[in-house]
Write a new protein. Structure first.
Length: 211
């Protein structure tokens, strides 16, 4: 009998693009560096792509090894999905070719008539059923929208205290706007995107997405 073993790429393709993997974790040391009369958080050994939109990004590898961790996202892949309007599941474009609008899967509690913000990247129509089936929260509260445009709003980040050794953050998963002063003391984990012109994509009671 012949045993067929899935390749690494096939194994990875079964999981959403943005989620983190246990083998991607890195813990490079941090330090404080002078900045305009104050201090800014940095890595002890800086790299060229450490900062995006003025925020210091959590450093992770991109090898997708170990086990998938559905409680975390990979910061660079999440950031790329937001910037490029890519589906968080398959990494293909989530922009509708006919209308130019972006498909977005959000909680039904999202205020679709306003310009709110989210840490969840877009989801293309083909992947919406899979995304709902994988998430217990979405199975209860999923709502599908299309978005006219989006723009970077801020980050979800770990905050550190200036002038103290940056060993343990004093606040985790803090929501910061890019113009906030505390941005210089933060290690960003997720990009927050402000959504503009948010409209429901299906009529109320349409259960086809969850089929």
């Amino acid at each position: 009998m012949t045993t067929v073993t899935a390749t690494a790429s096939e194994r990875v393709s079964r999981y959403p693009y943005v989620i983190g993997w246990t083998g991607e974790a890195q813990n490079p040391p941090l330090k404080w560096v002078p900045r305009h009369g104050g201090l800014r958080l940095s890595y002890a050994v800086p790299q060229r792509d450490d900062f995006r939109n003025g925020a210091l990004l959590l450093r992770q590898s991109q090898n997708r090894t170990g086990r998938p961790d559905f409680k975390t996202v990979n910061t660079l892949r999440q950031w790329r999905s937001m910037d490029k309007r890519l589906c968080q599941v398959c990494a293909r474009s989530a922009v509708d070719r006919e209308t130019g609008r972006i498909w977005w899967l959000l909680s039904s509690g999202y205020g679709g008539d306003g310009d709110g913000y989210t840490n969840a990247p877009p989801t293309c129509p083909a992947c919406i059923p899979e995304a709902i089936s994988r998430c217990s929260h979405l199975r209860r509260n999923a709502a599908v929208f299309t978005v006219g445009d989006c723009s970077p709003f801020g980050v979800r980040a770990d905050l550190f205290v200036p002038y103290l050794p940056p060993l343990v953050p004093f606040e985790r998963n803090a929501v910061l706007r890019f113009e906030d002063y505390d941005m210089h003391h933060a290690l960003a984990r997720e990009l927050l995107m402000r959504l503009h012109d948010v409209q429901p994509a299906v009529t109320e009671g349409d259960a086809s997405w969850a089929a």
